[in-house]
Write a protein that binds this ligand. Structure first.
Ligand SMILES: Nc1ncnc2c1ncn2[C@@H]1O[C@H](COP(=O)(O)OP(=O)(O)OP(=O)(O)O)[C@@H](O)[C@H]1O
Ligand SMILES: [Mg+2]
Length: 294
């Protein structure tokens, strides 16, 4: 269970074998990602915006967490900080027990490349590259060459087998989103952050993508943290964390189902509309293992 300290894609056992492995991680295993009292403030003076107000959360191995909350509540900021793309103003982020704040920019880049995948809310595809070249990019950046057929197989998993040679401008929004997903998972990152990964997809395609993500968690024990506005998507997660005004304010298991999640969201939006927010002042609101199995 401790073998993923190195590249997770190396010597990967067959899926059937992995599926039979005992489930719960051992207590000694480091947490893939942990946020401790993370605050993030943008700007200075009167224009300063506090996007996160002291968030403490743990994301354990082999679990999927959905992060929900009103627009502007800090969901993307939370993901960017947790993935080491932005530095918190206060508090710390630990990846496998290593505090990112202690790492040099170079060490941080290497860790991100080897451990973390990211699907951006705005896709961030390279416009001059084809779909296949975009998907291959993280491998090349890591100094690896794709195995024959690897890139096409990744595109096919997301229903894009016929689009390998197309550039982003020649693809629909939903197709671009799926290229971004294929690109993020091709290195089999230990942790995948996905910012509204189904936001541009129709219901059917969305369900297909969510089933694939679920498989990464259940079969390959990857850890996924996904922002979504869709209660049906959140129901695929083990754990749903609700964010309001920069703090986790509520949590429920995804197995409660889309209706319960939608009701909790509606309650949250009602209680926060037009107010400064009746949230706890400290960041200890939600903490936990979150591995609630359906
Ligand atoms: N680079 C930035 N500079 C200044 N303010 C920012 C920056 N990024 C985010 N913010 C502010 O931080 C707050 C949280 O933004 P964030 O993008 O995390 O929200 P979100 O929950 O992802 O919203 P949405 O659902 O609309 O994507 C917002 O008030 C936003 O205006
Ligand atoms: Mg966002």
């Amino acid at each position: 269970m401790t073998t993923e300290q190195t590249t997770p894609q190396a010597n990967e056992p067959a899926a059937e074998h992995l599926a039979e492995r005992p489930g719960p991680p051992t207590p000694a295993e480091p947490t893939p990602v942990e946020l401790r009292g993370v605050e993030k403030r943008y700007g200075e003076g009167e224009r300063a915006v506090t996007a996160l107000r002291g968030v403490s959360l743990r994301f354990v191995r082999g679990t999927m967490t959905a992060v929900m909350g009103p627009s502007g509540s800090g969901k993307s900021t939370l993901l960017h900080c947790a993935a080491g793309m932005e530095r918190p103003t206060r508090g710390s982020v630990l990846v496998d027990g290593v505090a990112l704040g202690d790492l040099s920019e170079d060490a941080l880049t290497v860790l991100r490349r080897e451990r973390i995948g990211f699907v951006f809310q705005s896709f961030n595809l390279v416009s001059a590259l084809t779909a296949a070249q975009n998907v291959e990019l993280p491998l090349r950046l890591a100094g690896r060459r794709a195995r024959p057929g690897e890139v096409v197989a990744a595109l096919e998993r997301f229903g894009l087998g016929g689009r390998a040679g197309h550039r982003p401008s020649e693809l629909s929004g939903g197709q671009q989103q799926r290229v971004a997903l294929a690109r993020a998972v091709i290195t089999r990152p230990a942790v995948l952050f996905a910012d509204e990964p189904t936001g541009a997809l129709d219901t059917h395609t969305s369900r297909g993508v969510l089933r694939l993500l679920r498989e990464l968690v259940d079969v390959h024990e990857q850890t996924i943290v996904m922002v979504t506005h869709d209660p049906a998507a959140a129901a695929y997660a083990d754990r749903v964390v609700l964010l309001a005004d920069g703090l986790p304010v509520s949590e429920l298991p995804g197995s409660d189902g889309a209706e319960a999640i939608a009701a909790r969201m509606a309650g949250l939006e009602e209680s926060t509309a037009g107010t400064a927010g009746p949230y706890p002042a400290s960041g200890s609101a939600v903490e936990g293992r979150g591995a609630v199995r359906p």
